[in-house]
Design a protein around this ligand. Structure first.
Ligand SMILES: *Cc1c(COP(=O)(O)O)cnc(C)c1O
Length: 393
């Protein structure tokens, strides 16, 4: 077999498929010399709100700022606690601490790697250890790898305990979930949801960008004030915000890409199915090689039951496999190698090893294989053969 070099993501390949449309849009925005907010941002907000099935969308400077601004809108501050999992990108918990509030960690479900409704119930019912004198105000469930967290029980618990729910949809634009009232898209179920347009995300811009989605008009208005330092009337400030604005250029690029998103999600799913099928046939799949969570909602009739932001397998000798693949030219990634409760910067929270066994176990076992719409069957075959070789050599 000829050696190949396969990245985890190939943005150049994506750009080439839409170069004309993108270049034209970029030139169009440049010709207006209007760069901050404005009509492109407003149009994107409208289109994304429609796509996600929410009333309002507010474009912001990044996914991290989307989290921060949302928590500011929920008036999270000193003495407050916000529940989230320790198995997520740093920003989810980082935003909480930047407001002097406390992340209250809750373990994940082994299969989905998303917030475990059972652990959440225990935590809220006080069976798990209380977190000092923190008053828990809200929950941030993460739709990790492109699959929605179990929003039905999470929303029921949130209503019971009067907590806000902010969906971290950074990895799950377009993902669907069935609520009792019918199918819903990620970020349209909680009180608010956020997206990131970081270049590696399923819908991405040419730099940093983010979006907050909400059905609450008052919250949307507040967010629009917060993103311009808190001023409703220019140079008069009633609250303290920040510069959380989305650029017009990024919005223009995102509007072009949004037209292709459904097709890209479809291609991601096709590639994931191909991996699933070939790995099953290979006989690798047993204790030592676990496929991504058998999409929990595969038979639900939903199209985007999983949007495969990442295709993540779980393996016992993960680091050896990663090194082996690297030597074969196959790039892989580990999301995430150290759970947040064990990070040095969060030592003051007082958590120790063993507190969240599923998160710790996932951190040792997960490995993300290359997946993107432009990944070819030849490339996938090469990756699959290399993995088979690792187990038989
Ligand atoms: C990427 C990501 C973010 C942060 O988004 P940025 O746009 O990079 O700031 C937040 N949460 C999760 C789960 C992410 O994957």
């Amino acid at each position: 077999m000829i050696d190949m070099n396969i990245p985890t993501l190939d943005l150049k390949a994506q750009y080439l498929t839409i170069k004309q449309e993108i270049d034209q849009k970029v030139l169009e925005v440049i010709s207006t010399q209007r760069f901050i907010l404005g009509p492109e941002v407003e149009a994107l907000e409208k289109e994304l709100a429609d796509y996600c099935g929410t009333k309002h969308a507010v474009g912001v400077s990044s996914g991290s700022d989307a989290l921060l601004a949302s928590l500011m809108a929920f008036e999270v501050g000193e003495g407050d606690g916000v529940i989230t999992t320790p198995f997520t990108f740093f920003a989810t918990a980082g935003a909480i601490t930047r407001l002097k509030a406390r992340p209250v960690f809750c373990d994940i479900d082994r299969e989905s790697c998303n917030l475990s409704p059972d652990r959440l119930t225990e935590l809220l019912e006080g069976k798990a250890e209380k977190q000092g004198d923190t008053t828990v105000k809200g929950i941030i469930p993460i739709h990790l790898y492109g699959q929605c967290a179990e929003m039905k029980p999470i929303m029921e618990l949130a209503r019971k305990y009067d907590l806000f729910v902010l969906e971290d949809g950074a990895q799950a634009v377009g993902s669907e979930y069935i609520m009792p009232e019918g199918p819903r898209k990620a970020c349209s179920i909680g009180d608010a949801g956020m997206l990131s347009f970081f270049p590696s995300k399923n819908l991405s811009c040419f730099g940093d960008g983010g979006m907050i989605l909400t059905g609450n008009g008052e919250m949307a208005e507040k967010l629009k004030v917060l993103r311009i330092h808190g001023s409703k009337n220019k140079y008069f400030y009633e609250i303290i915000g920040g510069n959380f604005r989305l650029d017009a250029l990024q919005a223009g690029i995102l509007r072009v890409k949004l037209r292709h998103l459904e097709e890209w999600l479809e291609k991601r799913r096709e590639r994931a199915s191909y991996y699933d099928q070939r790995f099953r046939e290979s006989g690798l799949v047993e204790e030592k090689f676990v496929l991504p969570p058998g999409p929990l909602y595969r038979n639900s009739g939903l199209k985007n039951y999983h949007t495969y932001h990442q295709y993540v397998v779980r393996v016992k000798n993960r680091d050896d496999l990663q090194t082996y693949l690297k030597n074969k030219g196959v790039s892989t990634a580990i999301y995430y190698p150290l759970p947040l409760h064990l990070q040095k910067c969060f030592a003051y929270l007082g958590y120790t090893e063993g507190d969240f066994p599923e998160s710790e176990r996932a951190a040792r076992e997960v490995l993300a294989l290359p997946i993107y719409p432009e990944l070819t069957t030849e490339q996938q075959d090469y990756i699959i053969s290399a993995i088979q070789e690792f187990y038989t050599h």
